[in-house]
Design a protein around this ligand. Structure first.
Ligand code: FMN
Length: 323
């Protein structure tokens, strides 16, 4: 399970950073994999309103945001953390938010569904110096809209007033404990999911489709990974096309090796489609073989048939796991 932290303060070891660290450290201690992006030190150009994302479904600006898109898609939980600057988030965080218009477009212009969307959760952490009654209103509204654009439900916030000087948050009577407890309550249900690894040769068609369908239909019950014994450079464009026919968005997916997939932990079940290597890497782990032929390089009709067969098999598997 993966928690992505977005740290928006430019101040080194500032209050936001300390608060977010408390959340992420606890998530990691409980068994989550976490990544803390120091957004204020990344090279993220503000949106240029060129309209490419609404026409073509991607952002053409070649900067650090290109690394953020796939992480937003992989995340089970996204924590947006920012100090209040003029009743909103920092400019650096706002640039990231605006660039998420590319994901908004995939959903609302192209009508595609990211397989993790139904289950992903978003949480806001924020601090401000004054007592203002409406201090967090602008940022909360923005966070809600941001989470919707990137495919996460808004799961609430922890906000603290009268926090100004660096390190002051650590003296707050409950803030760090609150963040820790919130991490526990958000992360725990995700950690209890059954872990399944799908493997095929290139991780470009079959195992990608199987993992997307599994996350789409049962991402709350199953933590799913996919990999290949000889990963391709890119996922198969014909596979992306047939998944789009089902309104499923495969954007930002990259084939990975079995060794890379192993970083996210030992699976409880391996399902292979023409590849036995994963079982050798995880001796003793239960495994199944699905004899699904490789559709790579074949006509689109075969790709469609394989897509249907894989979805059927995935649904049967989910049925067995849920009972
Ligand atoms: C440019 C700027 C604008 C700010 N605007 C506000 C504001 O509108 N309201 C407020 O309560 N605090 C405001 N602050 C104070 C910060 O929110 C506060 O010092 C916070 O603790 C900084 O968190 P950090 O250490 O994580 O950066 C502002 C600070 C700066 C530098």
């Amino acid at each position: 399970m993966f928690v992505l932290g977005l740290q928006g303060s430019p101040r080194i070891k500032g209050n936001t950073s300390v608060l977010l660290s408390s959340f992420l450290t606890e998530a990691e201690r409980l068994g989550a994999h976490t990544q803390n992006l120091d957004v204020a030190r990344m090279n993220i150009t503000p949106c240029q309103e060129c309209g490419t994302c609404e026409k073509k479904g991607f952002c053409p600006i070649d900067d650090d945001m290109q690394q953020v898109y796939p992480l937003l898609r992989q995340a089970d939980i996204i924590v947006m953390a920012t100090p209040i600057f003029f009743y909103g988030p920092t400019a650096q965080m706002k640039a990231l938010i605006d660039r998420s218009q590319a994901l908004w477009s995939l959903r609302y212009v192209f009508r595609l569904m990211d397989p993790g969307r139904k289950w992903r959760q978003g949480f806001l952490l924020s601090v401000g110096a004054t007592k203002g009654k409406n201090l967090f209103e602008g940022t909360t509204l923005m966070a809600k809209y941001f989470f919707d654009a990137v495919g996460a439900s808004f799961d609430g916030s922890l906000t603290y007033r009268q926090i100004e000087r660096p390190g002051e948050i650590a003296k707050h009577p409950t803030a760090l404990k609150d963040a820790k407890e919130k991490a526990g309550s958000l992360v725990t249900p995700f950690l209890n999911r059954k872990k399944i690894l799908f493997v095929c040769t290139e991780n470009a068609c079959r195992s990608q489709m199987a993992s997307a369908f599994t996350r789409y239909h049962a991402g709350d019950e199953i933590e799913v990974e996919s990999a290949g014994s000889a990963p391709a450079e890119e996922i198969n464009p014909l596979m992306e096309e047939v998944m789009r026919e089902k309104s499923i968005d495969m954007a930002f997916r990259k084939p990975k090796s079995i060794e890379e997939a192993a970083h996210s932990g030992t699976p409880e079940l391996i399902i292979s489609m023409g590849c036995e290597e994963a079982c050798l890497l995880f001796p003793g782990v239960a495994n199944e073989d699905w004899s699904v032929p490789d559709p790579a390089g074949k006509p689109i009709e075969l790709m469609r048939r394989i897509r249907e067969e894989i979805e059927e098999r995935v649904k049967r598997l989910i049925g067995q796991i849920s009972n």
